[in-house]
Design a protein around this ligand. Structure first.
Ligand code: OFO
Length: 164
């Protein structure tokens, strides 16, 4: 496959696994605070990111490329509060959306329409992810990230399950 596209996809695999690692760290932070619904939400988020990474990994191989796994950067372990976690999650998802958009640009430049097509799934997924985390952030701000409202949201987030 085209080298520039292959390199960009390999970078994206790394970013997806970094995202997985980041969300798993957030899950651990929430568990320690006994916010088990938030911990569950971030654990499912972790599973989704692993599956995103694997989709691109498999695609590189399917196209005759070579998936090259690079070291995953260290992730944060502590946050000040639940609002800060969701602010960073929103920022991170916007960064991922920019990154996917850049690979679409490269794929157009290299006339790799199959990759443009494969990335459409990610573009739609990013719209959904950004909207979910932005919605949660707004709800959290309404309740100032604490009190009975926090426990109600926590209970709702217990219900989230991973669907591939
Ligand atoms: Fe959170 O998104 Fe992957 O791509």
């Amino acid at each position: 496959m085209n080298k520039r596209v292959e390199d960009a996809l390999n970078e994206q695999v790394n970013k997806e696994f970094y995202s997985a690692y980041l969300y798993l760290s957030m899950s651990s932070y929430f568990s320690e605070k006994n916010l088990n619904g938030f911990a569950n939400f971030m654990r499912v988020q972790y599973q989704e990111e692993v599956s995103h990474g694997m989709k691109i990994f498999d695609y590189i191989m399917e196209r005759g490329g070579r998936a090259k796994l690079k070291p995953i950067d260290e992730v944060k372990l502590e946050w000040n509060d639940v609002i800060e976690v969701f602010e960073e999650t929103c920022d991170h998802e916007k960064f991922i959306t920019d990154s996917i958009n850049s690979i679409v640009d490269i794929s157009y430049e290299e006339r790799d329409h199959a990759t443009v097509n494969m990335l459409q799934w990610f573009i739609e997924e990013q719209v959904e992810e950004e909207s979910t985390v932005q919605g949660l952030l707004e709800q959290l701000k309404m309740i100032d990230g604490k009190g009975a409202g926090l426990f109600m949201i926590d209970r709702e987030l217990m219900a989230r399950t991973f669907v591939d």
